[in-house]
Design a protein around this ligand. Structure first.
Ligand code: NAP
Ligand code: GLV
Length: 312
């Protein structure tokens, strides 16, 4: 069996070694270069179209699946991938706990006004702020998949009212679930702190924009940990500056790295991090991908199979 690694912005060596150790003896694992021999499986992150054309489209191609080393497959869905090649996304592999930490941290930092306390302490002030009621901070999580469900449950542990929104109906303990476009308005109107954990698809591009964000409760707050393409950045700034929204914590951006001079760098009500809310953990990811390759070899179903029609 031959595995081709094609991961942009990723140091290949540890992945090659890890995959080699995790797969059966005799498996060849190569870092892809143009003209490489045909592979049976590809381990990828944002590969170029040239890779797909060569490994999945050529006459000698035998590629069965492309296994993504991240949860989001939006970069892959922009490529032309022949239908016989399955696309498999990462399925948690240590990401959901990181996402739960990140979102709970951002929510609690905002709710408990820790930035305000830090500023006070910086000025030598010993001052109290009026306690706020968590019932006034209903949290709405868009996307109740592998990551969103874990986040919604973690937030519920802190006794915030929690709502979730997904494409298909869900039942999640402690979470009031809304489904589909018909219930989107009700979901937004019931939400003060909006968390985005949707995949980026044609349906969800720009989902957080002037008219949708304006429907959040006054004093709303946005936590975007999914993709920059979900948010119309200037609309967020407009609603914060008008006072309808209290602020935002953003981990993902339309352009990454965030360009120098972008208003998010210095906006006093916006906290940013460099796309780090849930990192790919190499050991867990290699173990999961090796397990999936072996399951596919045995003809078994694997979790995280992407439906190209849905785009996630
Ligand atoms: P997932 O398991 O596929 O879950 C996606 C959820 O979104 C599902 O509940 C799905 O509904 C819902 N959804 C999709 N399209 C929808 C629509 N049009 N309307 C309403 N709901 C819709 O994905 P995941 O593993 O939780 O990951 C979510 C995203 O997080 C990834 O796609 C990626 O972009 C992002 N991410 C970011 C980072 C980071 O570090 N910032 C790290 C990892 C992932 P159904 O359940 O009905 O299908
Ligand atoms: C990271 O953003 C991922 O999609 O895994």
């Amino acid at each position: 069996m031959r595995i081709s690694l094609c991961c942009t912005h990723t140091k290949a060596e540890p992945w090659l070694e890890g995959l080699h150790a995790a797969l059966p003896l005799g498996t060849v694992v190569d870092d892809w270069v143009a003209g490489a021999p045909p592979a049976d499986y590809a381990v990828v992150w944002a590969p170029p179209q040239a890779f797909v054309d060569e490994q999945a489209g050529g006459r000698s191609s035998r590629l069965k699946a492309m296994l993504n080393i991240g949860a989001g497959v939006d970069a892959l869905m922009k490529l032309r991938i022949p239908p016989q090649v399955q696309v498999v996304r990462l399925d948690d592999a240590g990401m959901s706990v990181q996402m739960a930490e990140y979102v709970c941290h951002a929510l609690i930092r905002h709710f408990r006004e820790f930035d305000g306390y830090e500023a006070d302490v910086g000025q030598g002030k010993w001052s109290y702020r009026k306690p706020r009621s968590r019932t006034d901070f209903p949290v709405g999580v868009m996307g109740l998949g592998v990551l969103g469900e874990r986040v919604a449950k973690a937030v519920a542990q802190f006794d915030f009212p929690v709502m979730g929104w997904s494409r298909s109906p869900k039942t999640v303990e402690g979470v009031r679930c809304f489904t589909g476009e018909s219930q989107f308005d009700d979901f937004l109107q019931a939400t003060k702190v909006l968390v985005c954990l949707l995949p980026l698809t044609a349906d969800t591009q720009d989902i957080m924009r002037l008219d949708t964000l304006a429907r959040l409760q006054p004093g709303g707050y946005v936590i975007n940990v999914a993709r920059g393409g979900h948010l119309v950045e200037e609309d967020l700034i407009m609603l914060i500056d008008r006072g309808h929204l209290a602020g935002a914590t953003l981990d993902v951006f339309t352009t990454e790295p965030l360009p120098a001079g972008h208003p998010f760098w210095t906006h006093p009500k916006i906290t940013i991090t460099p796309h780090t809310s849930a990192r790919t953990l190499r050991d867990e990811t290699i173990a999961q991908i090796a397990g999936k390759i072996m399951a596919l070899e045995r003809g078994q179903a694997v979790a995280g199979l992407v439906d190209p029609m849905r785009g996630y």
